[in-house]
Design a protein around this ligand. Structure first.
Ligand code: HEC
Length: 108
């Protein structure tokens, strides 16, 4: 019983720590390069705008998803459908897409 309670505490603590501590990954030069290989018009500024939108609009209904939680193949579909849920315009959707895919590609 004691052991179970302890386990419960550890799980609760790691869930709390996973929720947004530090926010989504900072835009790095490697991320800009990665984004430009998919979208030549992506810039440091457009990725930072994507990070900003992601970090605010995508935690309104649920915890901000961890970028590493989903594969690079899964993300585009999620960004597509969730950008509608979040009522993002075309530019914002593109920026979030570029940001998430670059962050995913640069993830350890
Ligand atoms: C209006 C509410 C709302 C907003 C805003 C929202 N989501 Fe969601 N999201 C949901 C709901 C509801 C689910 C679970 C049901 C589902 O999968 O459709 C979900 C699920 C998800 C999942 C998990 C899918 C799975 O099957 O595991 C991801 C990833 C996700 N959202 C990403 C995002 C991103 C990225 C944004 C910002 C662009 C965002 N969400 C904004 C409501 C929202």
């Amino acid at each position: 019983m004691r052991a179970n309670l302890h386990l419960l505490f550890v799980v609760a603590a790691s869930v709390a720590a996973g929720c947004g501590a530090g926010g989504p990954p900072i835009v790095s030069p490697a991320m800009v390069k990665s984004a430009q290989s998919r979208s030549p018009e992506a810039t440091q500024a457009s990725l930072e705008a994507g990070r900003e939108t992601y970090g605010t609009a995508c935690k309104k209904c649920h915890a901000l998803p961890k970028i590493n939680k989903y594969s690079a193949e899964k993300w585009p579909g999620y960004v597509e459908s969730m950008s509608k849920a979040a009522k993002l315009d075309e530019t914002q959707t593109k920026q979030v897409m570029d940001y998430v895919l670059a962050a995913r590609a640069s993830a350890p």
